[in-house]
Write a protein of this length. Structure first.
Length: 223
């Protein structure tokens, strides 16, 4: 009779993976792993405005500092409005020779995350920076969990004109983050921290145009 042989975890990674299986986290684990930043989309399949509104619905329910709910969400979906936002974004600083997605592979929707200023023209409460991250990743994961999958890229690099391009009042709102959405038209993979041939931890593309994202092993980040 075969006896079950207990598997001895060989690293922090495999221990975490086993814990994940035991806790029934497999589906969520897979979702988090594939929810990579995407920068090339299939523009022939536009993300419906209703889908983006559903993401905003979820994002407005997430935890936030003191439950103050200072975040605001602005949904952009029409082709012309999307083009206006696109012009204000800086894509993939680490891919020096890539100017950003070409026509036909651009995002088909955006959600801007803004914080309402307590005093007009003054910076919004600092905690809204944390609130923004929680809302953004919630939308990233929700989009990727859809069928068909919708992928996203978060932008902190936007011009000061971006808020005007969306027709919003900069005195009233501080633009925190712009999220671009679309049906993915590129493959991304998590790779070893030393995988980039140039020796940096920058994301990189191989000859097959697969996007590699080097991540540190768990043992390096446990302190
Ligand atoms: C707060 C934040 C701001 C970002 N800003 C930009 C940006 O302005 N332009 C861009 O191309 N990518 C931006 N990114 C995407 C990061 O480059 C990306 O998350 C990182 O390379 C790791 O890849 P991953 O998301 O697939 O794990 C941003 C991501 C975050 C979380």
């Amino acid at each position: 009779m075969n006896e079950a042989v207990p598997v001895v975890p060989s690293s922090a990674e495999s221990m975490a993976k086993q814990g994940c299986e035991k806790l029934g986290l497999d589906a969520f684990d897979a979702l988090v792993r594939r929810a990579r930043t995407c920068r090339r989309f299939d523009e022939s399949m536009r993300v419906p405005r209703e889908f983006l509104l559903e993401l905003a619905e979820l994002a407005h329910l997430v935890p936030c500092g003191a439950n103050a709910q200072r975040l605001r969400f602005h949904v952009v979906s029409g082709a012309e409005d999307c083009a206006r936002v696109f012009d204000e974004l800086a894509w993939a600083g680490a891919l020096k020779d890539w100017p950003g997605p070409a026509e036909g592979e651009r995002p088909t929707g955006y959600i801007a995350i803004l914080a309402e200023r307590t005093v007009p023209g003054k910076p919004a409460a600092p905690i809204t920076e944390v609130d923004t991250g929680i809302a953004a990743q919630t939308m990233m994961l929700a989009a990727r969990s859809a069928t068909p999958e919708v992928a996203a890229c978060m932008f902190k690099a936007f011009t000061p004109r971006a808020i005007d391009a969306m027709g919003l009042d900069n005195d009233k709102y501080e633009l925190k983050l712009i999220m671009a959405f679309g049906v993915p038209a590129e493959t991304q993979v998590i790779d070893a921290i030393d995988s980039n041939p140039d020796g940096t931890i920058n994301y990189w593309r191989d000859e097959a145009q697969v996007h590699h994202v080097p991540k540190r092993p768990l043992s390096d980040v446990l302190v």
